[in-house]
Design a protein around this ligand. Structure first.
Ligand SMILES: [Zn+2]
Length: 265
């Protein structure tokens, strides 16, 4: 009788052990699946995607050397910087000179840009004075949103997005600009860069107008986009003049996610 009991206990222990192994395997599989779907970077948070930090004091960011840019004091994520340097080396060999005109801009910086346009202190590139030429708040915001983001909703907060050479699409349509644009279209993806603000159409019905100068380091930006899709809400976009229009305009799904499909994978 004792022997039978002992055998039963041994079998029970073996069964438990087997279950433990199975549980561990399942946990690893789940973890692997999650990681495959969306690489998680420990710096990602709502504060981060809304630009509520100082890139000059963030250890994930580096200052952009003057040899790559048109002014001092710009920052980008170090991973994006490394990829840019590799891409730039290849571009130079092909006679293409990339100049970074803008990179990381935090919430406060973007608030400055937005409010200068909102108050009419700065006219838009087509000469519009938003404060005097456009009556309703929603129409004002939509006009500025043709090319500028609301603070808290810009990809430039992320340190992954950079603007090259010129803020005029026409510059990229002939001569040196066209050569540079064609080179980027053919080669940028090899270094992880993609263009979120492609021509508007069936693939991209909503969002900012086309920006031939704006490129994004997708190995990190795509995780930030996925996080924004899950966590960022229209009502969180606040703290600047005109913010009351964010929900009505549906800033998150129309603008933050109004990007080319290649930038959403
Ligand atoms: Zn840009």
């Amino acid at each position: 009788m004792r022997c039978t009991h002992l055998l039963f206990v041994v079998l029970l222990l073996l069964a438990c052990q087997q279950q433990k192994v199975q549980d561990t395997v399942t946990e690893v599989q789940v973890e692997k699946k999650e990681k495959k779907q969306e690489p998680v970077f420990d710096f990602i948070s709502l504060e981060y995607i809304m630009g509520k930090f100082d890139p000059s004091k963030d250890k994930g960011f580096v200052a952009i050397p003057l040899k790559y840019s048109d002014r001092e004091g710009m920052y980008m994520r170090k991973e994006a910087m490394k990829a840019f340097e590799e891409m730039n080396e290849a571009a130079l060999k092909d006679g293409v000179k990339l100049v970074i005109r803008s990179a990381a801009r935090n919430f406060d910086y973007q608030k400055g840009i937005w409010e200068k346009k909102w108050t009419g202190a700065t006219k838009l590139s087509d000469g519009t004075n938003v404060a005097t030429d456009i009556p309703s708040a929603k129409a004002k915001a939509l006009k500025i949103l043709e090319y500028s983001s609301m603070p808290g909703s810009s990809r430039h907060h992320w340190g992954t997005d950079i603007d090259f050479n010129s803020f005029e699409n026409s510059w990229f349509e002939s001569g040196e600009g066209l050569k540079l644009f064609n080179w980027l279209e053919a080669n940028a993806s090899k270094y992880g860069f993609g263009r979120p603000y492609s021509k508007k159409g069936s693939d991209r019905p909503h969002g900012y107008n086309e920006e031939k100068w704006h490129w994004s380091y997708l190995p990190i930006a795509n995780s930030l986009t996925a996080f924004a899709e899950r966590q960022l809400k229209n009502e969180m976009i606040q703290g600047f003049q005109g913010a009351e229009t964010a929900s009505e305009i549906d800033i998150v799904s129309k603008y933050v996610l109004g990007i080319h499909s290649s930038c959403k994978k």
